[in-house]
Design a binder for this molecule. Structure first.
Ligand code: RIB
Length: 295
């Protein structure tokens, strides 16, 4: 079983010709509400490929929360442990997508911010029952640190997608098997301009592997044993890059259940590329058939 501890958001997506400057009003088009949140997206990405997935997190007691949970159930994600916070809004991501398919996101965490130490204490046994744990940074980082310190050593594979990037100094990085930043996040969390130096800095701080995703340039895998390998991405027609990283992480976790890390990264790269060919987050996540057809 794969456990995902993370965020659940409603994504309000507006197409824009370009991103506005401060003080500028711009005409957008194509407004859409999509099910999103990095935690929920990664859970759906793995479930679409056939994994047994349990999601841990919180929604608010509003219509968005109900809609998001229904959407997750329709993708066969087990949401029995997701709690509804009364008097609280569900997480909302306001997303602009420009003509090049790039996005800019403003996040209002809502109930995601209520995923606290008490929640993971209560759900800890169920989370520890998984063989793989997927984490991101859209719930409080303090909660992630609390969870990591309560995990048995060497009994489960822990993947952290450090997005959105922030200071990781509160996290015990030696409890993380695979860190999956994109290039921008790797520079921010390591403070190094060179990707290689940044990755080896994180490995020195305890992570066992760093897989840096690089969009159309694929991904690079750095390992604490000195391994370094590049994975190229297939060429696709990009519509919207939202959730490409989530597709990567979900596919990586799914593949790691039965395959080597090298093979799992190759699946992740292809899943990420396919996710950019459709608009929206969970709607854009590929099937196994689509990934294997791209090989
Ligand atoms: O990774 C994409 C996700 O980031 C979106 O679905 C949005 O909710 C933001 O959290």
């Amino acid at each position: 079983m794969i456990a995902v501890l993370g965020s659940i958001n409603m994504d309000l997506v507006v197409s824009v010709p370009r991103f506005p400057s401060p003080g500028e009003t711009l005409h957008g088009s194509e407004v859409g509400y999509y099910c999103g949140g990095k935690g929920a997206n990664q859970a759906v990405a793995a479930a679409r490929l056939g994994a047994d997935v349990r999601l841990f997190g919180k929604v608010g007691d509003d219509a968005f929360g109900d809609r998001l949970l229904d959407g997750l159930r329709s993708h066969r994600v087990d949401v029995d442990a997701v709690e509804c916070e009364s008097g609280c809004a569900t997480g909302l991501a306001s997303i602009w997508v420009n003509d090049a398919g790039e996005n800019a996101i403003v996040l209002a965490a809502g109930a995601n911010d209520r995923v606290d130490d008490a929640y993971v204490e209560c759900r800890g046994a169920a989370i520890r029952a998984a063989s793989i744990l997927l984490l991101q940074l859209e719930i409080p980082i303090k909660t992630i640190a609390h969870m990591l310190l309560r995990l048995p050593r060497n009994k489960m594979t822990v993947i952290l997608d450090p997005a959105p990037a922030c200071d990781l100094s509160v996290l015990p990085l030696d409890r993380i098997d695979i860190l999956t930043p994109n290039e921008h996040e790797l520079r921010l969390i390591s403070g190094k301009e060179s990707l290689e130096e940044g990755a080896f800095d994180l490995l020195d701080r305890g992570a066992k592997h760093v897989v840096c995703t690089m969009g159309h340039a694929g991904a690079v895998w750095f390992s604490s044993d000195g391994t370094m390998a590049h994975f190229s991405a297939p060429e696709v027609a990009v519509v919207d890059t939202t959730a490409a990283g989530d597709a990567f992480n979900g596919a990586l976790a799914w593949a790691l259940q039965t395959r080597s890390l090298e093979d799992a990264i190759a699946y992740g790269v292809r899943a990420g590329a396919l996710a950019t060919t459709k608009r929206g987050a969970q709607e854009s996540l590929p099937t196994l058939h689509a990934i294997e057809a791209l090989a």
